[in-house]
Write a protein that binds this ligand. Structure first.
Ligand code: UDX
Length: 437
C-alpha cells in the first residue's frame, strides 16, 4: 500500500520504517526540514536500538522516501498516519494544533479516497474533530475519506521490537472499508488485532498509559513507607507481582516516570475527566506522587553530604530511561536544576543523551560532561544513579569507591544491592530499600 507518515519523531520514524519493512511504499514527512535533510543523507535524528539498520535496509529497497511537502505526500498516498506531537499545554490539556494542521493539509489534497489514521496519542473524540475539519475545509463538498484510530504502544528503547511484536494492535474504525484496509496493512504482523469503534480505541491508549503510570506511583508510595519502616520495596514488589492479577512489571520503585508519554497522558486524561465534570482526582495524585520523587531523592543526598555547596556530584544517566537519547521530562533535568541551585559541581555522564542535555545545560564551570562512568566519579563526593543503563549495573564498585572523594551512592533506580555496598565501604541510599551507612 502507499502510505504517508506525518512526523518523523520517535513514533513516526519507527512507524514509517516498520511499515516499509512490511512491504509498503512509505513517505515520511516532517515540516522540520533539518530532520528531513538528515534522513535524506541516511542519518537518523534520534537514537533507537535497531532502527538504523532497518532504516538503511528499507531505503536500500527503495521502500522509504522523505518529503517536506506534506501535500505532495498526501496526493501520493492512500493512507496517511498522523504521528505528530501532542504535547501538554500549561493546564495539562493536549496541544492538538499539529494534528489540526495535518487535517487541514489533508483536506486540501483529497484527490480521491484517503484513510487518515491517528497514531499520535490524542484525547477521546479527536477523530471527530479531524473528520469535521476535513469536511469544513472542503466547504461541505462531498469528499471520500475515512478517519481511524490506531494508537501506538511503542516503548522507547524497545520501539522496533514493539512494532513487530506488539501485545496487541488496536484499530478504531467506523467503516468496513477502513477496517479492511488496516487489517490488510497489519496482516503480516503476528499479533492480536482488536477492532473497536473510534472513541474506544482513542481511550484505550490514554487509559493504558495512565494505568501504567498509576502502577509506578503506587509502588513509589509504598517505597516511601519502606524507607520509614525498613521494609524492602523490591521484595514487596516481588511479592505483589506473584499475583497474576497484579503482575511484576512496572512495579520498580525509584525516581518515577518521565518521558514524552506518561506525564503528558496522565495530565491530559485528568483534564478530559474534568471537562466531563468527572472525579479523576486519582490521576492528580498519581502525578503528585511522581513529582515528589525528586525531592525525596535530593533529601537522601543531603542526608549523606549535609552541605551540597561546592560538592562534586556525579550523575550517571541523563535520559528519561535507558536505551534512549530522549531527555523529555527526564528526572535528571529537575535534579540538575536543584543541584545547581545548591551551588554544587556536576559531573554528568550518559551513553547517548549528553548532546541533548547540553542544549539544556551547556558545559560551564559547574557543569561538566565526561566520557565514561568512572571519570564521572573521580574525586566526587557523591554518585547519583538516575537512569539505569546496563553498563552502570556492571560497574566495578571497588574502583568506584577508591576514585570517589567520599564514597556516597544515592541509587535512584535501585540497580545495586544494599547488602553488597558495605563491602566496598560505600555509604548507600536506595529508594525504598533503606540505607546502608
Ligand atoms: C510508554 C509506554 O510503555 C508505551 O506503551 C507507550 O506507547 C509510550 O509510553 P515509554 O514512555 O517509552 O513507553 O517508556 P516505559 O518503558 O513505559 O517507561 C516510562 C517511564 O516509567 C520511564 O521513565 C521509566 O523509568 C519509568 N518506570 C517504568 C518506572 O519508574 N518504574 C517501572 O517499573 C517502569
Amino acid at each position: 500500500m502507499k502510505v504517508t507518515v506525518v512526523g518523523t519523531g520517535y513514533v513516526g520514524l519507527v512507524t514509517a520504517v516498520g511499515l516499509a519493512k512490511l512491504g509498503n511504499e512509505v513517505i515520511g514527512v516532517d515540516k522540520d526540514t533539518s530532520k528531513i535533510d538528515m534522513l535524506e543523507k541516511g542519518k537518523l535524528p534520534i537514537y533507537e536500538p535497531g532502527l538504523n539498520e532497518l532504516f538503511l535496509s528499507v531505503v536500500e529497497e527503495d521502500k522509504l522516501d522523505f518529503y517536506t511537502d506534506i501535500g505532495a505526500a498526501v496526493r501520493n498516498s492512500d493512507i496517511i498516519f498522523i504521528c505528530v506531537g501532542t504535547p501538554s499545554l500549561d493546564d495539562g490539556t493536549a496541544d492538538l494544533s499539529q494534528v489540526e494542521e495535518v487535517a487541514r493539509t489533508v483536506s486540501e489534497n483529497l484527490d480521491g479516497y484517503k484513510l487518515i489514521v491517528e497514531k499520535s496519542t490524542v484525547p477521546v473524540n479527536t477523530a471527530r474533530w479531524i473528520k469535521r475539519t476535513i469536511e469544513l475545509y472542503n466547504k461541505g463538498k462531498r469528499v471520500d475519506f475515512d478517519v481511524a484510530s490506531n494508537p501506538e504502544f511503542l516503548r522507547e528503547g524497545k520501539a522496533v521490537y514493539d512494532f513487530f511484536h506488539p501485545d496487541r494492535i488496536v484499530i478504531g474504525v467506523d467503516s468496513e472499508r477502513a477496517e479492511n484496509i488496516l487489517l490488510e496493512l497489519y496482516a503480516p504482523v503476528n499479533a492480536k488485532i482488536l477492532v473497536t469503534d473510534i472513541p474506544t480505541a482513542e481511550l484505550i491508549k490514554h487509559a493504558s498509559n495512565s494505568f501504567l503510570a498509576m502502577k509506578i506511583s503506587f509502588i513509589n508510595m509504598i517505597s516511601d513507607l519502606c524507607d520509614k519502616t525498613g521494609a524492602d520495596v523490591k521484595m514487596v514488589a516481588d511479592g505483589m507481582g506473584l499475583d497474576s492479577r497484579i503482575g511484576r512489571a512496572f512495579l520498580d520503585a525509584g525516581l518515577g516516570y518521565g518521558g514524552s508519554c506518561f506525564p503528558k497522558d496522565t495530565r491530559a486524561l485528568f483534564r478530559i475527566g474534568e471537562e466531563y465534570h468527572l472525579d479523576f482526582e486519582l490521576l492528580k495524585v498519581v502525578d503528585r506522587i511522581n513529582l515528589k520523587r525528586i525531592e525525596k531523592f535530593i533529601d537522601k543526598l543531603k542526608d549523606a553530604l549535609w552541605v551540597l555547596k561546592d560538592k562534586v556530584v556525579a550523575v550517571w544517566g541523563l535520559s528519561f530511561k535507558p536505551d534512549t537519547d530522549d531527555i523529555r521530562e527526564a528526572p535528571s533535568i529537575k535534579i540538575i536544576k536543584e543541584l545547581l541551585k545548591e551551588d554544587a559541581y556536576l559531573r554528568l555522564y550518559d551513553p547517548k543523551a549528553m548532546e541533548n542535555m547540553k542544549r539544556l545545560f551547556p558545559p560551564d564551570e559547574r557543569v561538566e560532561y565526561v566520557d565514561d562512568m568512572y571519570s564521572a566519579v573521580d574525586g566526587a563526593h557523591a554518585l547519583l544513579v538516575v537512569a539505569e543503563w546496563g553498563e552502570f549495573k556492571d560497574a566495578d564498585l571497588s574502583r568506584v569507591a577508591s576514585l570517589m572523594r567520599t564514597p556516597v551512592v544515592v541509587d535512584g533506580r535501585n540497580i545495586f544491592e544494599p547488602g553488597e555496598m558495605a563491602k566496598y565501604g560505600i555509604f548507600y541510599y536506595g529508594m525504598g530499600r533503606g540505607k546502608s551507612v
